[in-house]
Design a protein around this ligand. Structure first.
Ligand code: ADP
Length: 377
């Protein structure tokens, strides 16, 4: 059982500007929480403060209601997995996994049972006699994972554990990790996990909730789908989703009760549900955001939307990405069907799915088109 609470946590090095700026975060028992953000935003520092590897400058860190700011790492019942595996090179896989259990003075039989069980679950039982140098990156990371899990800690911390692996292996390890979290939970074992990554796909696929960080601040804490559908600002809108959201400038207009957004010579009607914050932006310049899948393409139909001025087409087999020039910006749209067009084609037109567009304040970059109830939460 482990809840973790960060209250106004600040970290600064040698009185310089803080690299973590008073963050508040509650991780529930059994939750898979992901900290995501660009390099240098303070994710690892936050994780290391939770582990006790980094001193907290100010604020309160609680594990199960108890303040642990000054509790040493080994007394926090936390296991951590690092990007560089941090295995003992002179020990075999068996000894690496068993190490923490020996230190905890568990009986020999129990150590042996746990090592073999974990190794079997992670499919590394055939490697138990090998040394780290004789294994691939993926195998080493599974050993590091096994070493953490064997300890049966109350909280597991992961610092970019998959970043050193190639793309294919990253995907399979990601699935394995999600499975591991579920398995621990179904066995009634503690499985609170906090996972740091700069990769938004990892964040979206693993996190029950995701904490999006920038410059030492939490910009949004929410479920993956809410982050995707209701980003509170342009930073989150751009960071979450692949390809990234498209942005261009627009001017907001109101005729009778209808709001419209004009982007060059293209105009979108804004659905009523998105308008309650828009009154003060009428006739002002705003930023418009459109996701790739909210751009529809059609061939040979002059009555459909606007001509696509295509610059690049990327065909991925199951879908294609169409890059085109629009209102002084480069947009990318996603088409599930193969359109059979080329750069320079004159017979393809596009339309936006206007009900899904986002509008941002041009100065503060706040999303001003969320449904009303999202501003209350
Ligand atoms: P992230 O994990 O998001 O990439 P970090 O938490 O590692 O970022 O670092 C946050 C910021 O703190 C960075 O600007 C980094 O340069 C700075 N930083 C990290 N460790 C130290 C240190 N020991 N001394 C000074 N600055 C540091």
């Amino acid at each position: 059982m482990a809840n973790i609470e960060l209250k106004n946590i600040v970290k600064s090095y040698e009185n310089a500007t803080p690299v973590v700026n008073g963050i508040n975060l509650k991780v529930n028992n059994g939750e898979f929480m992901v900290l995501v953000g660009p390099s240098g935003c303070g994710k690892s520092t936050t994780l290391r403060m939770i582990a006790g590897l980094e001193e907290i400058t100010s604020g309160e860190l609680r594990i199960d209601e108890k303040i642990v700011n000054d509790v040493s790492p080994k007394n926090r019942n936390i296991a951590m997995v690092f990007q560089n595996y941090a295995l003992y090179p002179h020990m075999t896989v068996y000894e690496n996994i068993a190490f923490g259990l020996k230190i905890a003075k568990l009986p020999k039989k129990e150590i042996d049972d746990r090592v073999r069980e974990v190794a079997k679950n992670l499919e590394i039982d055939y490697l138990l006699d090998r040394k780290p140098k004789d294994m691939s990156g993926g195998q080493r990371q599974r050993v590091a994972l096994g070493r953490a899990i064997a300890r049966r800690a109350s909280v597991y911390l992961f610092d970019e554990p998959l970043s050193n692996l190639d793309a294919k292996l990253r995907v399979s390890m990601r699935v394995r990790l999600a499975q591991l979290h579920a398995d621990l939970g179904s066995q009634g074992l503690d499985n609170t996990m906090i996972y740091v990554t700069h990769d938004q796909v990892e964040a979206m696929t693993l996190g029950h909730r995701i904490c999006v960080m920038e410059s030492g601040y939490i910009r949004q804490l929410d479920t993956p789908l809410n982050l995707y559908n209701f980003p509170v600002n342009k930073f989150v809108a751009e960071f979450i989703g692949s390809p990234s959201m498209n942005f261009t400038s627009g001017v907001l207009e109101k005729k009778a009760d209808d709001y419209k957004i004009k982007m060059g010579d293209y105009t979108c009607s804004i659905p009523q549900s998105k308008t309650h914050k828009l009154e003060s932006y009428i006739d002002k310049e705003v930023i418009v955001g459109v996701r790739a899948e909210d751009i529809f393409f059609k061939l040979d139909d002059d009555s459909f939307g606007h001509f696509v001025d295509i610059s690049v087409i990327e065909c991925l087999g199951s879908e294609e990405f169409i890059y085109f020039n629009f209102n002084d910006s480069i947009f990318v749209g996603r088409s599930q069907e193969h359109l059979n067009i080329n750069v320079g084609s004159k017979n393809c037109r596009f339309k936006f799915n206007c009900k899904n567009i986002h509008i941002f304040d041009a100065q503060t970059k706040e999303n001003i088109s969320l449904p009303e109830d999202r501003y209350l939460s």
